[in-house]
Design a protein around this ligand. Structure first.
Ligand code: NAD
Length: 425
């Protein structure tokens, strides 16, 4: 038996099911390459624990909303589960499961002692007041409390959540424990035990991955970034700082383009002021889809899953795609792009900087100690560059794409941990 990708009626597939199908497809390919037996394949395809909760939220007008929340621990064979929490209206159990599975392979690939998890709430955080968001976060955390803890499962920010969300999680957990437990979440504010370098860590990792993949000076290299959020905005900034020309960026409200290069710092200030890249003064408006199809050297998808599909992949002209987002390229698009000669630095490698520095934050919390920004940066760079070089060697030795090689390494390490531990009872 191979890893089963369930058969679904195409018109009824949700983005979450599409993401899970992609993750299962990638696992299936790696399991085949590694020659894993059927039992182990099934185990790796199945999350260890999945929790769905109802989260009642009192709105400012006194009414009561009830939203669904999830926490999935895909695998804990190499250490505590680790993974972000997403607040987004289309989040469902399938998406959270896929994201948890990718976390498992990512942590194994970069060699940090964690399993993979993810959490999510099906809600649009942009329509909630700060007080509503706080109530929602605290109630959701209370519902998933039995699963999380510094030795069990450590959340972090993802789409729609930030340092403030992590502070509320840390406080809710600590109030229940009766003492402060900073190690229960990462991506916290510095004042609560956050780590220097965590805010920009995923983006720094994207920059390192891009420069390593280019293998030449980034001076004048043209870049388009889809998604100008926590990951995309700083990835654009760090790439511009390194000498690249960021010519287009987008967010959920629009896309902008300037062939002479955008002033990323000025654009970030514009977004802080107005909430969106749309109508930025020093650039032309662009349709969302056009950004993905620009004739650029590097495309950084840094928004959501399923951005590059079989329908737009033939029109993608970037020579290099560096996946800041998780799961932005479907398996069908992957094949089309490979045939076109496009190099893809896969999500589980390209965006691993976030979980690497989350790990460093957790280690500091567990030791009640803090490291300098340069210590954090050196460790991040070492782990990113080491993982990239391993992926390149495995790809070359086995004739695989970088994504296939990354999965072979990640899945292989988790499979080995299972085999060494044996099965209880
Ligand atoms: P975020 O909420 O801060 O930003 C997401 C951005 O994407 C926003 O600017 C939003 O407007 C934009 N967006 C949404 N739909 C879009 C669309 N159709 N077209 C263009 N832009 C769109 O989230 P984030 O933390 O930056 O996460 C982005 C991606 O990176 C996600 O896939 C996430 O899982 C992944 N990731 C995040 C981290 C992290 O540390 N935050 C780490 C690893 C991976």
């Amino acid at each position: 038996m191979s890893v089963m990708v369930p058969s679904r009626t195409p018109a009824l597939i949700t983005p979450g099911q599409q993401a899970l199908d992609s993750a299962l497809h990638q696992l299936g390919q790696a399991a085949e390459e590694l020659g894993l037996d059927d039992g182990l394949r099934t185990m790796l395809a199945t999350p260890r624990r999945s929790l769905t909760v109802s989260v009642p939220v009192r709105r400012e007008d006194g009414s009561l909303d009830v939203v669904q929340g999830f926490r999935v621990q895909h695998n804990v064979s190499r250490g505590p589960a680790k993974g972000g929490i997403r607040f987004h209206p289309s989040t469902d159990i399938h998406e959270v499961t896929a994201l948890a599975m990718w976390m498992t392979w990512k942590c194994a690939l970069v060699g940090i002692p964690y399993g993979g998890a993810k959490g999510g709430v099906s809600v649009d955080p942009t329509v909630l007041s700060t007080r509503e968001l706080e109530r929602l976060t605290r109630r959701y955390v209370n519902e998933i409390l039995p699963l999380i803890g510094p030795e069990k499962d450590i959340p972090a920010p993802d789409v729609g959540t930030d340092e403030q969300t992590m502070a509320w999680i840390m406080d809710t957990y600590s109030v229940n424990a009766g003492y402060s437990v900073p190690g229960v979440v990462t991506g916290k504010p510095m004042t609560l035990g956050g780590s220097l370098g965590r805010t920009g860590a995923t983006s720094r990792g994207v920059q390192i991955a891009t420069l390593t993949a280019l293998g030449r000076s980034p001076e004048g290299v043209t870049v388009a970034v889809q998604g100008f959020g926590k990951v995309g905005a700083l990835a654009a900034q760090y790439l511009a700082d390194a000498g690249a020309r960021v010519v287009a960026v987008s967010d959920v409200s629009g896309a902008v383009h300037n062939s002479s290069g955008l002033d990323v710092a000025d654009l970030r200030a514009w977004v802080t002021e107005t909430g969106s890249v749309a109508s930025y003064r020093h650039a032309d408006a662009l349709a969302h889809d056009e950004l993905l199809e620009l004739d650029v050297d590097v495309l950084v998808p840094a928004a959501l899953e399923g951005a590059i599909t079989a329908s737009n992949a033939p029109r993608v002209r970037a020579r290099l795609i560096v996946e800041g987002a998780n799961g932005p390229t479907t398996p069908e698009a992957d094949e089309i792009l490979a045939a076109q000669g496009t190099t893809i630095v896969p999500d589980i490698l390209a965006n691993a900087g976030g979980v690497i520095v989350s790990y460093l934050e957790w280690v500091q919390n567990m030791q009640a100690y803090s490291w300098s920004a340069s210590e954090v940066e050196v460790r991040l760079r070492d782990l990113m560059e080491g993982a990239f070089s391993e992926v390149k060697s495995v790809a070359a030795a086995r004739g695989l794409t970088l994504r296939q090689a990354a999965h072979v390494i990640g899945v292989g390490r988790v499979a080995e941990a299972h085999q060494m531990r044996g099965l209880y009872p």
